[in-house]
Ligand binder design. Sequence first.
Ligand code: NAD
Length: 258
Amino acid sequence: MFGPRLQGKVALITGAGMGQGRAAARLFAAHGAQVVVADVDAAAARSTVDLIMEAGGTALAVSGDVGVEADVRRMVGEAVGRFGALHILYPQAGVLWKDRDRSVVETEESWWDRVMAINVKGVYFTCKYGIPHLIEAGGGAIVVIGSVSALRGFTLPQDAYTASKGALISLTKSLAVQYARHGIRANIIHPGIVDTPMQATYLADPSKRAAFEGSTPLGRLARPEEIAQVALFLASDEASYVTGTEIAVDGGYTATGG
Ligand SMILES: NC(=O)c1ccc[n+]([C@@H]2O[C@H](COP(=O)([O-])OP(=O)(O)OC[C@H]3O[C@@H](n4cnc5c(N)ncnc54)[C@H](O)[C@@H]3O)[C@@H](O)[C@H]2O)c1
């Protein structure tokens, strides 16, 4: 029914060495995008690129820390140096450290700052250096990853993470309003629990896994590809009138209301 939905587009995806970022990189490439796979783990980024190339796609691995401005500036420069333009920013690298990121009473300032540096400043830096290229290209799309944790409180707190994702909702709306006149759309996806390396430690405990599944109306966790499909839609021209909005992709979790 659809042709390649991102033909002719260049997409920069941060945190694309594994998890949801890798799934999105593979999917975007399968739909014709030239994909810049950015990750702090250089080997992981290269292996995502290998998977894309084996499938006949085009991709470039770049490595750096999204919380470090000079790294992001360099990675964007490498992307544009190789592909000549940028149309899609998917700054989705993020960290959830449940052992160190707890209630505000328990969390060390240094860990709070580190979570904010990756989850919030990573998006800020990617947009800071990426948006001028989207403007130059005549428009584009920004897809941000929030979390259902930013929509509800939890009895088991992860407060730096939750606050970081809440900040991204506001930032996304601001980007949508500011850059609409440049033909740039910005939207945020709120995944539920996704079966990725981020959650591996917790999901290894069968009772925790069952609790996650039991709290989700669809009765299971998300696969990373299911989030990537929504990102693909938001990144594509099919979403040409969708901007400044939030989409929960959570198996009905937030619909339960409590
Ligand atoms: N997995 C979930 O249940 C879930 C739920 C809601 C939201 N999210 C969000 O989705 C996004 C992707 O999560 P995931 O589950 O795929 O995580 P993941 O841990 O499986 O993968 C994250 C990737 O980001 C990279 N990364 C980490 N820190 C980085 C940094 N400083 N600079 C560059 N790259 C860095 C990692 O190396 C890794 O490749 C994150 O923003 C996360 O907060 C995840």
